[in-house]
Design a protein around this ligand. Structure first.
Ligand code: COA
Length: 199
């Protein structure tokens, strides 16, 4: 397959709000308004056992959480990543995260990751939110290929990847450490901008 390289001028993520009906995806930053405050909400999210085990989110206290929010704001300002908080449309509470960022901007290659808090799990929300961010990135930032990595043992994430239209491409050996000293194998999934959206 041959796809032309259109240059990097369109390859900028501009802040956006994506309305999915039951949830709204908003840019991560200090201005996010959630009940109880965004910093405590982020610290609580980072302490969830599944988020701790399967994601690189590091916010073990308010200082870390504020640094995370500042990094997100910087990346939006640079156009180098699109970190979205998933917010409940009814009560405004934090439900989760979808992060999409360039890994090779010149080649149009990005990666996507996600987490949800326990009350938001089990209803297909990660699939819908990931699909929405993917479609937005393809339509607005000229993303050519989006990669998705998950630890081999993370079966829920593997299902989300498949259902969001990221077919399995291979297994990477000892490719990433999710915290401790141990490097784990990961699945690589990916979708191309030319892959059709089914929802
Ligand atoms: C992974 C995660 C985002 C999934 O989000 P979700 O919206 O709850 O996912 P869904 O409800 O659509 O479930 C996805 C699928 O995984 C299955 N699943 C859920 N938990 C599972 C588990 N512990 N083991 C195996 N399969 C599981 C569901 O049955 C569903 O299968 P289906 O497609 O056949 O219906 C969520 O579990 C989470 O935030 N986990 C912690 C953080 C994380 O792992 N992030 C991803 C890092 S790569």
């Amino acid at each position: 397959m041959t796809i032309s390289a259109p240059g990097t001028d369109r390859r900028v993520f501009h802040p956006a709000v994506l309305d999915l009906g039951d949830v709204v995806l908003r840019p991560w930053g200090r201005a996010l308004d959630v009940p109880g405050g965004i910093v405590p909400a982020l610290v609580a999210a980072a302490a969830d056992p599944a988020v701790l085990r399967w994601t690189p989110l590091s916010a073990s206290g308010p200082v870390d959480a504020e640094a995370y929010l500042d990094r997100c704001e910087t990346r939006w300002a640079e156009g180098s990543a699109a970190p979205f908080a998933v917010i409940d449309a009814v009560d405004g509470s934090l439900c989760g995260n979808v992060y999409l960022g360039w890994t090779n901007r010149d080649d149009g290659v990005a990666m996507v990751g996600y987490w949800l808090l326990p009350p938001a799990r089990g209803r297909g929300l990660a699939t819908r939110a990931t699909t929405a961010v993917t479609r937005w990135a393809v339509e607005h930032a000229d993303v050519r290929r989006i990669e998705l990595y998950h630890a081999v043992g993370n079966e829920a994430s593997c299902r989300v990847a498949e259902r969001a239209g990221f077919p399995y491409e291979g297994t990477l050996r000892a490719s990433y450490t999710y915290g401790g000293d141990l490097y784990v194998d990961e699945h690589l999934h990916a979708r191309l901008a030319s892959d059709p959206f089914t929802e």
